[in-house]
Ligand binder design. Structure first.
Ligand code: AHM
Ligand code: MG
Length: 334
């Protein structure tokens, strides 16, 4: 039997990859793991607890209805970041503006975190996989001062680390620091994330496409062309063996495609001319992981990680997954 490697051990071992590391990033990743264990516990028991399921009764800055668990997860992560000492400020999909932590320890923190506390909100109440997505940057402002907007609006290529936690049939944490992608499964009996998916590689091509096809008539023609030409069966035969699989939780659709090969598409539409997904909280972190695993992430025209962000809640069209499939989809766009 091979030795069990816990996330904590793994993070400590990998710290040696960065000769000047002071341990702060390691501590931050460990804090994220702890917060996500608490959120995982809440997600697992939500149906049994009062005030955990259903709508919170207000909308977020993007006009979307917040769920109670969105808010619970958001508070849990913010609390961890505020008290951890490594983070000087955060921006979350659930909050209108970024937060600069004003306690003296946090002001010295080197990092900012941008995150979506609970992705796949529409699946919370129906016991379908949801997740947390996070992205870590080194601050640009001087240590000891308050974090500012420029710290938050950095390009994806500046990410120091990124990852997600999937609250699925098991809870998994997948992350990268730019040296490959590794996945850890939460062992509920010992309460530890253990290395289960070392050095994850996204297959170069796959057989799964994920898109909300209810939007097909309000997308540009190239999307329809891609789906019809590359993904769907023809009457004549079974020459295009793709399967449509759309969970409606980006993090779960992405995770499946990372393992099995596939493409996820959320293009711009007539009703959402910029697309739906958020550059900073969803697209950049998953783009970093996709690229580190050999996949691609584009807007259909441009590499996601090279976009210069203009606004915190900026949305973009998103094509992510197996390299060959994303290239095929892009070739259909004029
Ligand atoms: P959320 O962060 O509010 O949950 O929104 C993002 C989600 C993605 O997880 C998912 O892929 C997509 O929105 C689903 O949108 P739609 O219902 O329009 O297909
Ligand atoms: Mg989301």
């Amino acid at each position: 039997m091979s030795k069990v490697v816990t996330l904590h051990e793994f993070i400590m071992d990998r710290q040696a990859d960065f000769p000047y590391a002071t341990g702060e990033l390691s501590r931050l990743l460990s804090d994220i793991a702890i917060a996500s264990k608490i959120v995982s516990k809440d997600v697992r028991r939500a149906g049994l607890l009062e005030n955990f399921l259903g709508a919170q009764g207000n909308t977020n800055v993007q006009g979307e209805e917040q769920q109670k668990l969105d808010v619970i997860a958001d508070r849990q992560f913010i609390n961890m970041f505020r008290t951890g000492g490594e983070v000087c400020g955060i921006a979350s999909e659930e909050n209108d503006d970024y937060m600069a932590f004003d306690n003296e320890t946090s002001k010295k923190g080197k990092y900012v975190v941008l995150f979506d506390p609970l992705d796949g909100s529409s699946n919370i109440d129906v016991n379908v996989s949801i997740g947390t997505i996070f992205s870590i940057y080194r601050r640009k402002s001087e240590a000891g001062t308050l974090a500012n907007l420029d710290d938050m609006l950095q390009k994806g290529t500046d990410q120091v680390a990124a990852g997600y936690v999937l609250y699925g049939s098991s809870t998994m944490l997948v992350y990268t620091t730019g040296k490959g992608v590794n996945g850890f499964t939460l062992d509920p009996y010992i309460g530890e994330f253990c290395l289960s998916h070392p050095n994850m590689q996204m297959p170069e091509s796959g057989r799964i496409y994920a898109m909300n096809e209810g939007n097909i008539n309000i997308c540009e023609e190239g999307i329809k062309e891609y789906i019809q030409t590359y993904c769907q069966q023809t009457l004549e035969g079974h020459n295009r063996p793709y399967s449509g699989r759309y969970i409606g939780s980006l993090v779960a659709d992405f995770h499946r495609n990372l393992i099995k090969g596939g493409i996820y598409i959320y293009p711009d539409t007539i009703t959402d001319p910029e697309g739906k997904l958020r550059l900073l909280y969803e697209c950049n972190p998953l783009a970093f992981i996709a690229e580190q695993a050999g996949g691609l992430a584009t807007t259909g025209r441009k590499r996601v990680m090279e976009i210069e962000p203009e606004r915190l809640h900026q949305r973009i069209p998103f094509f992510v997954g197996s390299k060959k499939m994303v290239e095929e989809a892009m070739s259909c766009l004029k």
